[in-house]
Design a binder for this molecule. Sequence first.
Ligand SMILES: C[S@@+](CC[C@H](N)C(=O)[O-])C[C@H]1O[C@@H](n2cnc3c(N)ncnc32)[C@H](O)[C@@H]1O
Length: 359
Amino acid sequence: IAAAELIALGARQARCTGGGVEFESDQEGLYRINYQARLVSRVLAPLAQFDCRGPEDLYHGARAIAWERIFSPGHTFAVFANVRSQTLRHSGFAALRVKDAVADRFRERFGRRPDVDPRSPDLWIALHLEADRATVYLDTSGGSLHRRGYRRQTVAAPIQETLAAAMVHWSGWKADRQLVDPMCGSGTLVCEALMAACRIPAGYLRRSFGFAFLPDYDNRRWATIKHRADGQIRAAAAGLIQAGDVAPQAVSAARGNLARLPHGEKVRVRRCDFQDWKSLENALILCNPPYGIRLEQGGDLAGWYARLGDFLKQRCRGATALVYFGRREYLKHIGLRPAWKKPIPSGGLDGRLARFDMY
Ligand SMILES: C[S@@+](CC[C@H](N)C(=O)[O-])C[C@H]1O[C@@H](n2cnc3c(N)ncnc32)[C@H](O)[C@@H]1O
């Protein structure tokens, strides 16, 4: 689905690889994808690839890159490494070797070097080391795109924005029926549903993108792309999207997060137990039930899921429910046969997404 989304935004030759999607794009497409793609985390542009059998190879490979053509000693940078190799096992150490290589190259040529800023650098460099092959990328997103900017308040175990967006996508929802998250936490699922329904670009609230620091950055082109995408934003009907949560702090977080988005006020958020919804007939239900330690210690987790299953059976006739189980073992307690289920690991957990069609 990420490849299809990228193609719709102008990517060419998109093909799925192990951990992502490879594609080609011109500058306009690159800006559009970074601004509008909901399902991808980072858009990385490969700079160099080389054999790497140890720290020295990594250092020399990274130092051979003409960094001075990309940025200057007045900028800041950071290196983020992702390492799956027997020869270099620690991503922190690998990142450090690349950082030293960049700094040494600048120092040799200019007598000074750019500073490192690990939080908010101008230039984001990514290193992938797979077996004996290193690839150095520029992160044109400038940090993960799941940081949309609306989620400033969170509660325990928020779902990742890109996964929430994928759930909206997989549901096939076209803003044509009521969408409800009856255990909304910080409201990620309803925020993503609102953004999809109102065509709010995924990066609408992001303050900066990595591509803005590249030497060929074209501010006028970026402004045109942004203006065009923002011009597509449309209103949603009040009450089309609704949410609820039993915890008052979750309700306040969800309301606060929604308020940052255009038309966020159209989403109703109630404080209530999911069992207090009188009827959700024919609705689309998207939710991510609790799976935390608190509930386990509080006791009857199996009973909690059985009540959710009963609620779906008895009060949600004609509804479709997409439920993300943070831990797959909870699926069996719901007592319903899913139409499908997908393994989706997230946040270090072996989660499952299941779809239930209620008749
Ligand atoms: C895993 S969190 C949901 C996280 C949310 N998707 C987000 O992105 O922040 C589960 C939520 O279920 C809520 N919850 C637990 N029991 C509930 C109940 N009986 N009725 C409604 N909400 C409940 C919790 O308060 C918590 O906010």
